[in-house]
Design a binder for this molecule. Structure first.
Ligand code: FUL
Length: 689
């Protein structure tokens, strides 16, 4: 409903007068609340969709191509888009987005506007069309189809010149005309500058902020696909969540400021992650994250496919925090999703069903609130009916009828009329007394809270503060099977032991005497020092019984004082106990010499290569030598690492018999990709006691 500006001013002044609260001056008047468009609302209800990154990068083992790759490299031997889409469907996805063109400019469809596409590939003798096969698979399985079209194009000669905008529009028109309904189009924001740009040399071409004709692109989408939302670009419909790790902020508004204000923000990514309480536009977020570290398939990441615990965490921190989850799969060189990835997705779906498949609120429950007229609407099965408070706060009470155990609370605001809740908490009744169960800030389209199980007869949801009378359309309660994540134990060179856990609600117990930890063991609440040989065991507990697997780390003698010869840094990354940090040798010297300060009996070496996403300095072979004074060296062992380039996991190198030494040298004469440096995640030296 539109109202005149005079009346609006009167309403704002009246509300200020009534509330007497100055901060309310920034709160939009009720009629002004940004609300989702029909398209945004339909999109939000999809909740979880999939991404597919598949292109020339799959064949060159890269994440960002240069644009000079030969189209002939694209040659999937068993391309099967039906397999991709079926896996997505079975995993509960409602739509799938395919990278039709990534930054390198190679097109998965036979574009009439470039030669840099499938028509010049070996695959199907240049007669194939991946976008066509993908669109047909989506139709067959009833999933919505989305397409990713990278504005940055490292191949096109016009890139960086105004003419490129027309090329982009031609491609957009092709994609939006020939393949049926498209529900989402992805304009990626990346621009690394580098590229081939159709010339014979690689050079940089970054572009000014106003280079692309965003409005022209939007007009084409609106005209050709009126039901399509647009990600990125000038952000007309949906926004990026601000990270690629898979989490939305705990406080998460679907409202944002205008582009101008956003562009001026210093901490833009944090703002995208939380949104703005007083935002003036409805711009919900999309959380894009890959099942693997990279977006494209790399055999070297086969051991890094996310665990079910990690995927569950991502779900609760995206969908469960008012965002939409866009989960990426990476088909391999054959053109199929790798068996491990699909199996993991199925386990994840199974776990999701176990967690949230059975709402405990049934016909035996009764509900109360101060507005009892509409209370039942929060508990029916319909999103469009809702409970509304009279004030900017209020409560809803659930009586289960019998003592009931639960550990998940799901809430939905009726966002077609705007997002309003700023703060809420839930209480449970124990021995006639209300106790706090969990606290939260925003709710939005969907909020799911996890907590340690409680057995109670009553729960009460209290909206503590809201921008306007809150409207709650869904409340659901679940008792998810407990799934405590196995902790990780690390020790640095100073002997400080840290126990890490991705578990957000569990407690960690540990031992240092070799016994298995239980709830009577020491509780871990801060790092502790235990230098010298020690076995640390740790387990996470959720509630009294649910226990994770036991994490075990056996630490050897103290590394205190150990030095890397020629490197003065203390706690160098190869001894810091943290696999995520890497020590690199100087260029041209792929090796490391370690001074153990005093002679020790060495039984072998464990070598962990660089674990970072864009790893380098991976040795294909090794030679280990020892020396008492660091002058005369004796080789103890040499050999090749098998498959280390594709599978860069911990490599164990035992010695035939223990050797006494003070200095130890680890070298490689052949490093992957012909590099002349060595990257070491961790170097463990097994010492005889
Ligand atoms: C990023 C791109 O640069 C990545 O390659 C990937 O496509 C991801 C989804 O977006 O910004």
């Amino acid at each position: 409903m539109k109202i005149s500006s005079g009346l609006l001013l009167f309403c704002i002044s009246l509300s200020l007068f009534l509330t007497g609260n100055k901060s309310r001056a920034q709160v939009p008047a009720l009629q002004e609340f940004p609300i989702p468009s029909r398209l945004q609302m339909e999109w939000q209800k999809l909740e979880q969709i999939a991404f597919i990154h598949f292109s020339i990068n799959t064949f060159t083992d890269m994440e960002w191509g240069f644009g000079n790759e030969s189209p002939e490299l694209f040659n999937p031997t068993q391309l099967d888009c039906r397999q991709w889409v079926k896996i997505c469907k079975d995993a509960g996805m409602k739509g799938v987005i395919l990278t039709a063109k990534h930054h390198d400019g190679f097109c998965l469809w036979p574009s009439a506007y470039t030669e840099h596409c499938v028509k010049n590939s070996v695959w199907k003798e240049g007669k194939g069309d991946v976008v066509r096969e993908f669109s047909e698979a989506c139709k067959e399985y009833g999933l919505k189809m989305g397409l990713y079209l990278s504005p940055w194009d490292c191949n096109h000669p016009d890139y960086g010149k105004p003419e490129y905008n027309q090329y982009f529009k031609n491609q957009l028109t092709e994609l939006l005309t020939h393949y049926g309904e498209v529900f989402e189009i992805w304009f990626d924001g990346a621009n690394g500058g580098r590229g081939y740009y159709g010339t014979d040399s690689l050079h940089n071409r970054t572009i000014p902020a106003d280079y692309y004709d965003w409005q022209g692109f939007v007009d084409i989408v609106r005209k050709l696909q009126p039901n399509c939302v647009i990600h990125g670009g000038a952000m007309p419909d949906i926004r990026w969540v601000g990270n690629e790790e898979g989490y939305a902020g705990e406080t998460h508004w679907s409202t944002m400021m205008s582009q101008e204000i956003l562009a001026a923000e210093k901490n833009r990514q944090a703002q995208l992650n939380s949104g703005y309480e007083n935002g003036t536009r409805w711009l919900p977020s999309e959380t894009d994250v890959s099942v693997r570290p990279g977006w494209y398939y790399h055999a070297a990441e086969d051991h890094k496919v996310k665990t079910v615990e990690q995927l569950m965490d991502i779900y609760y921190e995206s969908v469960g925090r008012n965002s939409l989850l866009l989960l990426n799969l990476s088909p391999d060189k054959q053109g199929r999703i790798f068996p491990l990835d699909s199996a993991r997705l199925m386990e994840w779906k199974q776990q999701l069903d176990l967690d949230l498949g059975k709402n405990l609120l049934d016909d035996y429950c009764t509900y109360y609130s101060q507005n009892s007229r509409s209370v039942d609407f929060a508990f029916d099965k319909f999103f469009d009916t809702y409970w509304e408070s009279f004030k900017n706060y209020g409560y809803l009470e659930i009586d289960f009828g019998i003592e009931t155990t639960c550990n998940r609370l799901l809430l939905q605001e009726h966002i077609p009329e705007g997002q309003k809740v700023k703060a809420f908490h839930a209480d449970y009744l124990e021995n006639g007394e209300w106790k706090t169960l969990v606290k939260g800030t925003t709710i939005g389209y969907k909020r799911i809270l996890r907590f340690i199980p409680v057995k109670t007869r009553k729960i009460r949801i209290v909206i503590d503060d809201a921008l306007a009378p809150p409207q709650i359309s869904t409340v659901a309660v679940f008792n998810a099977p407990l799934l405590p994540a196995t902790p990780e134990i690390r020790r640095n060179q100073s002997g400080e032991i840290v126990i890490l856990s991705s578990d957000k609600i569990g407690e960690i117990f540990y031992t240092t005497d070799g016994s298995d930890p239980d709830r009577n063991s020491k509780i871990y609440d801060h790092p502790f020092v235990s230098d010298g040989p020690v076995t640390v065991k740790a387990a996470a507990y959720q509630g009294p019984d649910a226990r994770s697997e036991t994490a075990v780390e056996k630490f050897g003698v103290s590394k205190a004082g150990w030095k890397v010869v020629g490197d003065s840094r203390t706690d160098p990354a190869l001894f810091d106990g943290n696999p995520a940090t890497t020590w690199f040798s100087p260029k041209g010297e792929p090796g490391v010499t370690v001074d153990l300060v005093r002679p020790m009996m060495i039984q072998g070496v464990n070598f962990l290569p660089d674990q970072s996403r864009f790893f380098s300095g991976i040795p294909l072979n090794y030679r280990i030598s020892v020396s008492m004074k660091g002058k005369k060296w004796k080789q103890v062992v040499s050999g090749e690492f098998s498959n280390i380039r594709n599978h860069p996991v911990l490599q164990t190198i035992p010695f035939d018999k223990p050797v006494e030494t003070r200095f130890l040298k680890f070298e490689s004469t052949s490093v992957a990709e012909g590099k002349n440096i060595l990257g070491i995640g961790e170097l463990e030296i097994a010492i005889e006691k």
